[in-house]
Design a binder for this molecule. Structure first.
Ligand SMILES: *Cc1c(COP(=O)(O)O)cnc(C)c1O
Length: 429
């Protein structure tokens, strides 16, 4: 039995893992202190190595729509694992999950499974370039698409400039093939397409940008994007790694009634195991090897355990009318927060789409990365730790969204709101 504290585990981890973590935000860099090392999950709750229990609004950054350890998903995983965890050859359940994904999402005729959201996006970009014979890609500042080289790019100065690497190790020449423009800005979009439309292979966007706060875009804006890409012969990629199967069965495409050329998935479709996917029309997908010349492969892609976990999750979501229930729970949370915080003097706003919500500690909810109040990060710290002390686990950054799962009850929501009301004054400037 481990008797180590979180702080001791962190120290030990830092000796053998860079920063002590396998993904940077986990290190609590933005909030300070030792990260919690989790030992187990129970529905809406997690328990750390010290035995402290937390109500979890991070839910592993989105995959766990059913909460931790849904008994049916766990049973499927156990049964499937007992038959073999990977074959490196086709298995039936890959077809079943592909059929379920295709039946759910607008315009999708084929999907290819990979092992992470990053891999899905990286592959979709390669496909877009291979299919169009063009090199430029366009992303929006504030959208995150995983850590592939061409997407670790930040805006240069000016509205539509060649990007600058946002990570060491990304060659300037790679970044130069990426254009970065602000969200919620039709002028920037039009200007870029007027100048370089015929060189653009694809525009990639989180249709519900949820990696830098929750920066809601208007349907009109997304329709303009759809029209401009079509006119220019560029592909539109919806990165639905967070929003896919989360905000609706058919993700943001269904909510907005806009069909992209390619879509990328991750998080929810793995049912808590590592899965990503990208898909589109049969015609576009036929560019991928072995049918076409765009190479993409994976040793563990489509492994039966992950496929079965994803499939079980999608079936339970369907059966439980998850999207309706989560919209109701989300609306309840939004209403309770709005009522409870009506008279507080510090600035705040809540943004929400279904079970994704975000509290911004600035007056009006921003719609672009440029509109984010950069002081919120520091002001969030004391609130984060006060909530943690009270047994409520929030994502460890002011700019990360929170998630409800089907395991969150009305009592859990009220507990969150009551505690938030008591600590929100800590965000005062
Ligand atoms: C999480 C995320 C990714 C990256 O997925 P990983 O599985 O972490 O590689 C890509 N795009 C979006 C929109 C995401 O939220």
């Amino acid at each position: 039995m481990s008797k180590e504290t979180n702080a001791e585990l962190y120290e030990r981890a830092r000796r053998v893992i860079p920063g002590g973590v396998n993904s940077p935000v986990r290190a609590f860099g933005a909030v300070g202190g030792a990260p919690r090392f989790f030992n187990r999950g129970e529905g809406a709750y997690v328990v750390d190595e010290e035995g402290k229990r937390y109500l979890d609004f991070m839910q592993s950054w989105g995959p766990l729509m059913l909460g931790h350890c849904h008994p049916e998903v766990i049973e499927v995983i156990q049964n499937k694992a007992a038959l073999g965890t990977t074959f490196g050859a086709p298995c039936r359940v890959e077809i079943e999950l592909a059929e379920a994904v295709i039946a759910s999402y607008p315009g999708l005729e084929q999907v290819r499974f990979v092992s992470s959201g990053t891999e899905a996006v990286m592959s979709a970009i390669r496909l877009a370039r291979g299919a169009t014979g063009r090199d430029l890609i366009v992303k929006f500042s504030g959208c995150y698409h995983g850590h592939a080289d061409h997407l670790l790019v930040a805006a240069g100065s000016g509205l539509a400039t060649a990007g600058q690497p946002s990570s060491a190790g990304v060659p300037k020449d790679f970044a130069a093939l990426t254009r970065v423009i602000p969200l919620n800005n039709e002028d920037a979009l039009r200007e870029l397409f007027a100048k370089e439309g015929d060189r653009i292979a694809a525009v990639i966007i989180e249709p519900i940008p949820a990696n830098n706060g929750l920066l809601l875009q208007s349907k009109e804006y997304l329709l303009t994007l759809r029209r401009l890409t079509r006119e220019a012969g560029a592909l539109l990629i919806f990165d639905e790694v967070i929003s896919g199967f989360r905000v609706a069965r058919g993700g943001a495409a269904e909510l907005f009634g806009i069909t992209p050329d390619l879509a990328t998935f991750g998080k929810v479709i793995g049912g808590g195991l590592p899965v990503g996917a990208y898909g589109g029309s049969k015609k576009l997908m036929s560019h991928i090897a072995p049918e076409g010349p765009v190479y993409q492969a994976g040793t563990l892609s489509g492994n039966p355990v992950a496929m079965a976990a994803g499939l079980a999750t999608l079936r339970i979501l369907e059966r439980e009318k998850a999207w309706t229930k989560l919209e109701e729970m989300g609306a309840r949370l939004e209403k309770e927060v709005t009522t409870a915080l009506a008279d507080v003097t510090v600035p705040w706003a809540i943004t929400r789409v279904g079970s994704i919500f975000w509290l911004s500690f600035q007056g009006a909810a921003p719609r672009s990365a440029e509109a984010l109040d950069q002081t919120a990060g520091a002001r969030f710290k004391p609130l984060f730790h006060a909530m943690l002390d009270r047994g409520i686990y929030l994502p460890p950054s002011a700019y990360e969204v929170m998630f409800l799962s089907l395991a969150h009850t009305a009592e859990d929501v009220s507990l969150f709101v009551r505690n938030l009301r008591e600590v929100i004054h800590l965000t005062a400037a």
